[in-house]
Design a protein around this ligand. Structure first.
Ligand code: AHG
Ligand code: MN
Ligand code: MN
Ligand code: MN
Length: 335
């Protein structure tokens, strides 16, 4: 009987979005089309990463720095451009904002009709690119408010609760796409022979507690006492294990499936930490909340934070409910 395998292999991402919304409303069609464009971007990036050691200009640095002052890799620029190309002539997205662009990019032929904005981290975990370890892309879709004729993009400075879709692509041994449109969290595996993302895990639920703590302990002496105390607690108790890959997407993916907590706290030099709210912390917080977990700055839910600028940063504590609460209890004791 072929039916089971055929039905499974036919549950593509675009179809799943329509099923989730159980309608053929204009919004369902829009979201399905948006996710299809994101999937195309993921496939283009995965294709280049797969052969990165063999093609010209795939590895290494560009020699430039981005608005955050980080050294930019060639793959950051390639992936940034891929998303722009994927959304041309979509009619859906007038503006794209990313880690690698100081200001949003406007696609004139989609403006002002485009009703959505894409915010993204084209390559998350850039330091892993040159050594062939996992990297990701993070995306967030927001409704565009107003026509933004002066290109100030002020309407983007809103809480993460207003995201209408969010997710990531993980370029690992398989390429996975994990997304939510506010109706649970679902994972798709790229079948390269079909060139399609096929549903591989539906309604993912994050465990309430897990063994993993994921943090760059090299920053130990730059943290507040409260974070140091939490890490000392973990060191003195059984049942914890450290995992930190240098790519947020991979670390969060592990925690989504197996439980635990990821932290990027503020440091003395950078009280807001490193991770950017609009295209890193907020989309991942949206997913993790949809899976039954939590994301906090230590004193506020990530999804309630209203950024004061496009590239604003926040401390991030994200993962299983009980583990996030434990970290928060140390921070609140310290206050
Ligand atoms: P990006 O590569 O998009 O700049 O993000 C890197 C982020 C994140 O993926 C990772 O968790 C973190 O930076 C690693 O930073 P440290 O090297 O400071 O630990
Ligand atoms: Mn970067
Ligand atoms: Mn990143
Ligand atoms: Mn990045």
């Amino acid at each position: 009987d072929y039916q089971y395998a055929l039905d499974r292999d036919s549950t593509t991402l675009a179809r799943h979005v329509l099923q989730q919304l159980q309608s053929f409303s204009p919004e369902a069609q829009d979201l399905s089309a948006l996710m299809n464009r994101i999937a195309l971007a993921g496939k283009l990036i995965a294709r280049r990463l797969t052969r990165a050691g063999l093609v010209e200009d795939a590895l290494g640095f560009t020699g430039r720095t981005n608005v955050q002052g980080e050294s930019v890799k060639k793959m950051d620029i390639f992936a940034n451009q891929v998303f722009i190309s994927a959304f041309q002539q979509s009619g859906l997205v007038c503006r794209l904002a990313s880690e690698e662009m100081e200001n949003p990019y406007y696609i004139p032929e989609n403006c002002p009709i485009g009703r959505y904005t894409l915010l993204y981290d084209p390559i998350d975990g850039s330091s892993n690119v040159d050594i062939n370890l996992n990297v990701g892309s993070i995306f967030s879709i927001r409704r565009q408010e107003g026509e933004d004729l002066d290109h100030s993009a002020k309407d983007l400075l809103q809480a993460g609760r207003n995201q209408i879709a969010a997710g990531y692509i993980l370029y690992g041994p398989s390429t996975l796409l994990v997304y939510s449109i506010g109706r649970g969290v679902h994972a798709f595996t790229l079948d390269p022979s079909l060139g399609e993302f096929i549903l591989s895990a539906e309604n993912i639920r994050i465990p309430d507690h897990g063994p993993v703590y994921s943090v760059n302990e090299g920053n130990f002496w730059q943290w507040e006492d409260s974070i140091r105390d939490y890490i000392r607690y973990v060191h003195r108790h059984e049942g914890y294990t450290a995992r930190y890959s240098g790519a947020l997407v991979g670390d969060i993916h592990r925690i989504l499936f197996q439980g635990g907590v990821f932290l990027y706290p503020g440091t003395v030099k950078k009280p807001e930490g490193k991770l950017r709210l609009l295209y890193e912390s907020a989309p991942l917080a949206f997913l993790v909340e949809q899976a039954g977990g939590r994301a906090s700055t230590g004193s506020q839910e990530i999804l309630d934070v209203i950024p004061d600028k496009l590239h604003a940063r926040t401390p991030l504590i994200i993962g299983s409910r009980e583990d996030v609460a434990l970290v928060e209890s140390f921070i609140q004791e310290g206050d």
